[in-house]
Design a protein around this ligand. Structure first.
Ligand code: MG
Length: 380
């Protein structure tokens, strides 16, 4: 089997109900989907999390010429070759995000070739069901009362759908953040897990003050309190609070995560499979985190392809410690408006009553709706 073509599709869709995290309002969803064709008639699909036009350029100009004619089965060798091709200029960021998309598509092809899901090729499954938490509860209005009304209803909707864990956004100012988190805790009750995410929108002083104030509200983790480069800041925030500190969606490859783990900076790392280096690198990072006794919950913010890739990884992530009450990894289930997230899949990844089911078909276990791909594809 040889690779005959590599295509990068840029997708974009406006959304009507815009929403905000600590830095910006989101009024459109974008995606980068890579399609790898082979002479065996098999096609592999991958998802890249990053600025899609930049990723498409890297894939088409720098990676595709190195892929055509190669066997997609040589995953580790190809990973190293592509990483080396841009290593001097792209040890993190766009080059690694583009590599992630290619790597996921190669795993999809390998699974289809051997007639096995990716998690079986990776030595699993360790689990076939994963508890999902709803990612949502973004700010939806500049007016605090309106915002609280909308988000209370949104949180109640997640409860009714069966979610037992959910995440909201902070980084809008101390009073605003504390009022919102208190309102949400009151809405969901004491037993539902509540996480907060600043998207590195605080400095160390702000993050420590916020953590102290919301600590009595039983917060499951405080995600990206400070800038991802600031590992000292992470350690300082972590030392100041009993709330577990999470982060890692803006970090890349085992090299970044080695520094994070050795610094003792984070309780729960969150590499994005479609950004940290693909499934190949995510598994290496997971094994390192396991060795350091650090939890791993993948960040997920892409199309259904990225979601399926995350599920394949979640199926093989280690359990923290062998016990009846062992902590299991969680799926980040993006519940914000997105016109082509699961719509891109012939059969959506199944999430029922807050439990996600690992796709069991070959490769990523999904098929792509070309009509939906074409509908949202932009550019040449
Ligand atoms: Mg986040």
């Amino acid at each position: 089997m040889k690779i005959t073509a590599v295509r990068a599709h840029v997708l974009e869709a406006p959304i009507e109900d815009r929403f905000a995290f600590s830095q910006a309002w989101v009024d459109r969803r974008v995606g980068l989907v890579v399609e790898i064709e082979t002479d065996a008639g098999l096609v592999g699909w991958g998802d890249g999390y990053g600025p899609p036009w930049a990723l498409a350029t890297v894939i088409e100009r720098y990676y595709a010429p190195r892929l055509v004619g190669r066997s997609p089965l040589a995953g580790d060798a190809i990973w190293e070759e592509l990483y080396n091709a841009l290593r001097d200029h792209g040890q993190r960021g766009i080059a690694v995000q583009a590599l992630s998309a290619v790597d996921i598509a190669l795993w999809d092809l390998r699974g289809k070739h051997f007639g096995a899901p990716v998690h079986v090729l990776m030595g699993g499954p360790v689990r076939t069901e994963v508890q999902a938490y709803a990612t949502g509860l973004y700010r939806r209005s500049d007016d605090r009362q309106t915002n609280h009304r909308l988000l209370r209803a949104e949180a109640e909707g997640y409860l009714q759908a069966g979610f037992r864990a959910m995440k909201t956004k902070v980084g809008f100012g101390f009073q605003d953040d504390v009022a919102l988190v208190a309102m949400l805790r009151e809405t969901v009750g004491p037993e539902v897990e509540l996480f907060v995410d600043a998207n590195h929108g605080c400095d160390t002083v702000q993050a420590k003050r916020l953590a102290r104030a919301i600590e009595p509200l039983g917060i499951g983790w405080f995600e990206e309190p400070v800038e991802p480069e600031d590992l000292e800041g992470y350690r300082e925030v972590r030392a100041s609070t009993s709330i577990p500190i999470a982060g890692g969606e803006c970090s890349f490859t085992r090299h970044d995560f080695r520094r994070i783990l050795e610094a003792g900076a984070i309780d729960i790392i969150q590499p994005d499979t479609a950004s940290c280096g693909g499934l190949t690198e995510a598994k290496r990072i997971a094994d390192m985190a396991w060795t350091h006794g650090v939890r791993y919950n993948p960040h997920v913010w892409g199309t259904g392809i990225g979601l399926a890739a995350a599920m394949q990884l979640l199926a093989v992530l280690p359990t923290s410690a062998p016990a009846f009450g062992a902590h299991q990894p969680l799926l980040e289930y993006d519940s914000t408006p997105h016109p082509f997230r699961q719509g891109l899949l012939v059969e959506p990844v199944r999430v029922e009553r807050g439990i996600a089911h690992v796709p069991s078909g070959p490769g990523l276990g999904i098929e792509i709706r070309r009509d939906v791909l074409e509908r949202w594809r932009v550019g040449p």
